[in-house]
Design a protein around this ligand. Structure first.
Ligand code: C2E
Ligand code: MG
Ligand code: MG
Ligand code: MG
Length: 288
């Protein structure tokens, strides 16, 4: 559990990586309680269509409001949940909350989709497709309005099993997308067979593509690859208008990033939906 610093050559103990560290054990206990005690909440980040220039849907991003440590990032506690069985109740909570909130948007006249992130362990869970189906039925959300984001690496843990579960989710008529595309270990052979509709290009490629020619080539090629496979492309991490325009010129389909909208709690999102240049006034369903 020691990481050797490249700069100093000194090995530093990393409590986060040690499954037995007191720090980590206490977070495991507290995370279980957080789920029961309502310390978790979702923020929602808009995804916009670059051609229609309108909001397409929102991605649900988990936040933990810890009573003493303050806001804890999912990057810090999702790995702990994944290393324990807590990931299962956690994901169920996120799915239920996201579906319920998406129903509220629909009732308010915004027929948007909601995207939920899944972890590798979720893809190994044979009960997940049925859980998703039951939640959609319970809330009466049209199936097209739910999207699930998975990473390449999470599929590669057990490709056969992941594939079976993905096929079952796909059969429900929900959308599947590959998150952080380009950063994980997977092969194009799998990509070809996966029942996904969308690729999300990781923001490590997008962020500097105006200054870095290599990054621009990667983004451009990924857009071509996706389109040739009949997939939609989302660019993550769009932090400027110039980047947005460039992606539009490269024929990228959708974009997400701080320039368009930060992840927001439900209350702030209501204001964003009312004021943003990306949202049409409430209207009848567009997915007829
Ligand atoms: P992700 O799904 O790739 O989400 C994108 C991350 O990039 C989010 O970080 C978002 O806040 C951030 N981001 C969005 N636009 C920009 C931008 O323009 N610039 C920069 N610098 N960052 C941007 P966040 O919310 O901290 O989430 C981190 C990761 O945690 C997510 O990456 C996802 O893998 C995971 N995660 C979040 N919520 C959940 C969840 O409910 N379940 C699971 N399994 N994982 C989750
Ligand atoms: Mg995501
Ligand atoms: Mg991502
Ligand atoms: Mg990411």
């Amino acid at each position: 559990y020691c990481a050797k610093s490249e700069m100093t050559g000194v090995a530093l103990y990393d409590g986060e990586k040690d499954p037995h560290s007191p720090q980590r054990l206490s977070l495991i206990n507290e995370l279980g309680r957080a789920i029961r005690d309502d310390q978790l909440c979702l923020h929602f980040q808009p995804k916009i269509e670059l051609h229609g220039q309108r909001c397409y849907g929102l991605e649900a991003l988990l936040r933990w409001q810890h009573p003493t440590l303050g806001m804890i990032s999912p990057a810090d506690f999702i790995p702990i949940a994944e290393a324990t069985n807590l990931i299962h109740p956690l994901t169920h909570w996120v799915l239920k909350q996201s579906i319920a909130t998406c129903c509220e948007w629909h009732s308010a006249g915004f027929p948007l989709s909601v995207a939920v992130n899944l972890s590798a362990r979720n893809l190994m869970d044979d009960t997940l497709p049925r859980q998703v189906e039951l939640l959609l039925e319970e809330f009466g959300l049209p199936h097209w309005a739910l999207e699930l984001e998975i990473t390449e690496s999470s599929i590669m843990t057990d490709p056969r099993r992941a594939m079976t579960n993905l096929e079952r989710l796909h059969a429900l008529g929900i959308c599947l997308s590959i998150d952080d595309f380009g950063t994980g270990y997977s092969s194009l052979a799998y990509l070809k067979r996966l029942p996904v509709q969308t690729l999300k290009i990781d923001f490590s490629f997008v962020r500097q593509m105006l200054d870095d020619e290599q990054d621009e080539i990667i983004v451009k090629s990924t857009i071509h690859l996706a389109h040739n496979l009949g997939l939609n492309v989302v660019a993550e991490g769009v932090e400027s208008e110039a980047l947005l325009r460039r992606l539009q010129a490269l024929d990228c389909d959708l974009a997400q990033g701080y320039h368009i909208g930060r992840p927001m709690p439900q209350a702030a999102l209501e204001t964003w939906l009312t004021d943003s240049r990306w949202v049409e006034r409430p209207c009848a369903a567009r997915h007829s």
